[in-house]
Design a binder for this molecule. Structure first.
Ligand code: ADP
Ligand code: MG
Length: 453
């Protein structure tokens, strides 16, 4: 390991360094190595970094180091384009914040109830992470005060502008104090990002790591198709690569929904995620994808924003994206944090003149197997009880293994939500578990259960 990328080269406290070691952050990623020295100096930063490059620690270590924990005021505000992304950032930050007790991080996003957020703000927090719309709602109501902000972060700023948040961002800026540090992260630098930086930053240091990360082991493969063999080519791609999990991108919601149905008809398990789904439906889909109950997620770009799927084996561009930026965003979801990944793209007659295709005209022969099927390892069981019922993952695990006789290695991820819990079970054990839970109890209480499918 080269010492120059060690966190120990930074002026960080012993506790911070100790915690980084504990959470397996052994050396800095390129964006962290390039930006953290300046972030810690208090400089404004305009950094180009794609999804999965470790941006959260690049700003998180900075703002956590500056934090006055005894002062219970919001000292850092992190703006994100989507709720999923904000929650992901909060999760990462909480890991990074474990070097001290009692650092309070609150998420303020739309699509969830307002009241708990009010309570959380009333009980004071140090750091707020959220989406622009909901943050403005709190500012208007007076429930959020930005007078003591020391650090403002705009995460995935290009996405925020794509989604039309420019005005909202301007409005939030009008609530900010005179002096604070601004850290702006973006995967691409279109003109409006440069303009945004100029209006809100002073002598910003500009950082780019794209070139280094491009070598970040995403293997790109392109396949020429026409409208008749497009679907079969997708099936052949699965047959050939047998990815453990993959995200397939479509350009429209309808296309995404139809493709998921067509694949399931072929015994290839897939679920669609797109903007027309209710929040609870999105949750159901995401939980199943993350807990290995569904190997393929069919997504539109909007729906896929901010999804952090660890260890994603493959990205498929079923519909080729309209811009290079979108292409970069999509394929950046595989090969995260230095892992290998595959990006496959179907190119049809309309995409012929895309210059990228010529650059990567690497020929790969696809296998064809009429009987190929792709089924998930697990199936998800829903228990009609959650945090509100004081259920914890340990209670469910205990009940299933001790009383239910289910081997613990057949039980996958357990997600506890407010009113429901999701348990991933090896498909061979789903029936036994279901039968047990229908009659058995958890923590002395009976809960209704059903299988998610
Ligand atoms: P981004 O915000 O750029 O999409 P994240 O900050 O969410 O990326 O980081 C992506 C993944 O890499 C996360 O799972 C995170 O825990 C991990 N990670 C980030 N920095 C490091 C590091 N220095 N060492 C090991 N893992 C890291
Ligand atoms: Mg992030």
């Amino acid at each position: 390991m080269s010492d120059e990328n060690s966190f120990a080269t930074l002026p960080l406290s012993k506790e911070m360094l100790e915690n980084l070691k504990n959470i397996d952050y052994l050396k800095m990623t390129p964006i962290q190595a390039k930006s953290l020295p300046y972030v810690l100096e208090g400089r404004d930063i305009l950094a180009q970094a794609k999804t999965g490059s470790g941006k959260t620690a690049a700003f998180g270590i900075g703002l956590l180091t500056k934090l006055d924990i005894k002062k219970f005021d919001i000292q850092s505000l992190i703006l994100c384009p989507t709720r999923e992304l904000a929650e992901q950032v909060a999760l990462e930050l909480r890991k990074l914040a474990k070097f001290k007790h009692n650092i309070k991080i609150t998420t303020l996003c739309g699509g969830v109830a307002f009241k708990p957020q009010l309570n959380s703000l009333r009980h004071k927090a140090h750091i707020a992470v959220g989406t622009p719309g909901r943050i403005i709602a709190h500012l208007d109501k007076g429930s959020l005060k930005l007078d003591n902000i020391e650090t403002l972060v705009l995460d995935e700023a290009d996405r925020m502008l794509d989604m039309g948040f420019m005005e909202d961002i301007q409005k939030i800026l009008s609530y900010m104090p005179k002096k604070y540090q601004t850290l702006l992260f973006s995967a691409t630098f279109p003109d409006d990002i440069i303009t945004l930086s100029k209006t809100l930053q002073e002598n910003a240091i500009s950082i780019k790591t794209m070139d280094i990360e491009k070598t970040n082991s995403v293997k790109e493969h392109f396949f020429q198709v026409n409208s008749n063999d497009k679907f079969q080519t997708l099936v052949d791609i699965f047959t050939t690569y047998k990815p453990k999990n993959s995200i397939v991108f479509c350009n429209t919601k309808i296309q995404a929904q139809e493709l998921a149905t067509s694949l399931r008809d072929k015994n290839i398990d897939a679920l669609a995620i797109h903007g027309d789904l209710e929040q609870y439906e999105r949750n159901d889909v995401l939980i199943q994808f993350k807990n290995e109950s569904c190997p393929i997620l069919i997504a539109t770009d909007v729906a896929a924003r901010g999804l952090d799927i660890k260890e994603l084996s493959m990205v498929v561009n079923y519909d080729f994206p309209f811009t290079k930026e979108t292409y970069t965003h999509r394929i950046g979801r595989t090969a995260r944090a230095g892992k290998e990944g595959i990006a496959t793209s179907l190119i049809d007659e309309n995409d012929k003149d895309i210059d990228m295709v010529l650059k990567y005209s690497d020929i790969k022969i696809l296998k064809n197997d009429r009987n190929f099927s792709l089924q998930p390892k697990n199936i998800t069981l829903v228990i009609e009880g959650g945090k509100k019922d004081k259920l914890r993952a340990g209670d469910i695990l205990g009940s299933l293994t001790k009383d239910g006789g289910i081997p613990s290695d057949m039980i996958g991820k357990i997600d506890i939500l407010a009113k429901q819990s999701y348990v991933a079970l090896h498909r061979d054990f789903i029936e036994k578990t279901f039968r047990y839970l229908k009659n058995g109890k958890i923590k002395g209480k009976k809960f209704s259960v059903w299988v998610l499918k």
